[in-house]
Design a protein around this ligand. Sequence first.
Ligand code: ADP
Ligand code: GLC
Length: 481
Amino acid sequence: MKNIVYATSEAVPFIKTGGLADVAGSLPKCFDKNYFDIRVILPKYACMKQEWKDRMEYITHFYMDLGYKNCYVGIMHIEYEGIHFYFIDNEYYFSGPHPYDGGTWDLEKFAFFSKAVLSVLPVIGFQPQIIHCHDWQTGLVPVYLHDTFQQNPFFWGIKTIMTIHNLKFQGVWDVKTIQSITGLSNYYFTPDKLEAYKDANYLKGGLVFADAITTVSNTYAEEIKTPFYGEGLDGLMRARTNSLRGIVNGIDYDEFNPATDPHIAQTYDARTFRKEKVKNKLALQADLGLNQDPDVMLIGIVSRLTDQKGFDLIAYIMDELCQDAVQIVVLGTGEERYENMFRHFDWKYHGKVSAQIYYDEPLSHRIYAASDAFLMPSLFEPCGLSQLMSLRYGTLPIVRETGGLKDTVEPYNEYEGTGTGFSFTNYNAHEMLSTIRYAERIYYDNRHEWNQMIDRAMAADFSWHNSARQYEEMYNWLIGE
Ligand code: ADP
Ligand code: GLC
């Protein structure tokens, strides 16, 4: 049996702010249980739903040093869909209204979490061959493992993997503060270890000390070796190119299934979408105050409202786009300027634009099901899950060719009758607008072709099946089998 621990700051269904949670919660279920015992460790946040907190069983607690502090570490446990989830309990660190607050508090919180991940392993009696770490919040796991934990033979030979879900977030603060928070010695704060541009950098530490590095698509794995996408770490990515690989994300095909989805008004599948899918559009239009019209092309957006997702482009052409025969529905939260931008257009084009500025899982499913097209013109996109959800629901993605969007959406080719969506290359608002208008033309003038594209989109396989095999291969290779 191969024992593997996932260290992550979020995982569905317990806590989610973005795609990381979908991956960390759904991937562990997709391994062969005869060979792999995958267990997940995450914080127990006060902001988790009461339902989950009630279901947690207390295992034990102990105290752990962190810098000059001595901290309580509680261990809670839930077995969910055959996977053991362990929750690190500490009300001092994990009591805020959100998992992340920004700033130095997050750095202390996740230094605590990373050290606790290692400390609980002997206590729960689970000795992994591999610890698979996700994003900067767990960057210190490989570092601490390399440090004092080596005094305990329990930890000898454990390998680490660092998966980059988003290189933009690195966990950076000044060296002095981080040294006192983490209790790590001077040895670690040099430019070949945690230091980057004079500051201390958690993700960099993880990337330097991990045995293998992955990211969530092949294209992003290449992009991050260049200055434009490398967020200052492209040199390190180039240096570690032999240890770096891209494995594209999948989605949970049971959770996201238009044939069985309890959240949507009308279920449908690859055979029935021509007749049934539109009922979701009519229901959504009624619910969200859009003009009732089965024929109008409905464009959906479900997203964190940040720079990364290309909202500058949308802001730039929104007035022009709204002259067309389209409706636009947005579900998202994030930067105030984008929230207000969409509120403004909802007011200005009422009945045509609907802005839902909050977080709502069931509504996201209804938008994936109801829309004809899904817009995701990201500036950069490590993988992106929303376009995979759209494909699954027969909603054709319109994307910029970057990162995982490039690897998962095949652009329509009208001469060969291939493709599952529409894409453009440059980060340019009018290039995006003409691509949207091209999609409009196919939608209105050639519905037969459009529906065939839906056939192909719904037939594409972005379940975890293939990618989980690639992770298995990597685990086997690291363990030396
Ligand atoms: P990222 O992780 O960069 O935010 P992804 O496309 O990988 O982007 O994953 C985003 C996930 O979060 C998707 O599952 C998407 O449906 C969901 N999501 C984003 N915003 C909202 C929202 N306001 N309400 C519900 N789900 C949302
Ligand atoms: C990050 C990326 C997104 C990716 C997700 C899960 O949030 O922004 O592209 O799909 O992680 O890997």
